[in-house]
Design a protein around this ligand. Structure first.
Ligand SMILES: CC(C)(COP(=O)(O)OP(=O)(O)OC[C@H]1O[C@@H](n2cnc3c(N)ncnc32)[C@H](O)[C@@H]1OP(=O)(O)O)[C@@H](O)C(=O)NCCC(=O)NCCS
Length: 175
């Protein structure tokens, strides 16, 4: 990486910069209500920003979740955004890896994500077949539901991911 990326947990005074990042990264999708609702609540396990020369160039949220019927510490990754001028330079991957390290240290052992397998597969995610997302996905998105086990999970979970209300919006789970 040619740039000097620093990754840290977000702070309340980062909110303006985080809010300007999302419409840039997702011009066709308004994720701000979700991002605001998550950051205003203790459901967030970790919110990380990537900065270059103190400017926020990337952000990711990991939300605390469970699997219905199991005692497990799970998290859902999303959203993840990198400013267009800084994309494809390893920043998104570095933020995700930093989040995974922190979650592992916090005894979170299962991470779920809905996203492009070509991207998340490079970060260790594989297609999830036992734990269902909160809403049924369209057939063409089946491969986009992925997970990663951190550490040593001896009892695999099966069932449905239990997410906080911020994620219980069907539009977040449909094209
Ligand atoms: C998707 C996103 C978070 C990736 O972050 P990034 O910092 O650009 O990605 P990285 O530099 O870590 O990795 C890029 C690599 O992943 C690959 N890749 C695979 N699928 C990709 C995708 N959908 N978007 C970007 N890169 C992708 C690229 O080919 C690239 O590899 P290369 O450099 O060898 O060509 C960022 O591009 C972004 O914010 N995009 C707009 C918002 C978005 O689509 N978010 C979706 C998250 S599910």
């Amino acid at each position: 990486m040619a740039h000097n990326l620093d990754i840290r947990e977000s702070r309340p005074d980062d909110s303006a910069a985080i809010e300007s990042l999302y419409p840039e990264a997702f011009p066709d999708e308004n994720l701000l209500p979700l991002v605001r609702d998550l950051l205003n609540d203790a459901v967030v396990a970790i919110s990380l920003v990537g900065t270059i020369d103190t400017r926020i160039v990337g952000h990711a949220i990991f939300t605390k979740c469970g699997v219905i019927g199991y005692r497990c510490n799970a998290a859902l990754l999303g959203p993840l955004a990198v400013a267009p001028a800084w994309q494809r330079q390893g920043i998104g991957s570095a933020i995700v890896r930093a989040g995974l390290r922190r979650l592992r240290a916090a005894n979170v052992n299962q991470i779920y994500v809905l996203g492009d397998p070509a991207y998340y597969g490079r970060l260790g995610f594989v297609k999830e077949c036992s734990v269902e997302p909160p809403f049924p996905l369209p057939a063409e998105w089946a491969g986009a539901w992925q997970s990663q086990i951190l550490g040593d999970t001896r009892t695999p979970c099966a069932g449905r991911l239990s997410v906080p209300p911020q994620w219980l919006r069907p539009a977040l789970w449909a094209p």
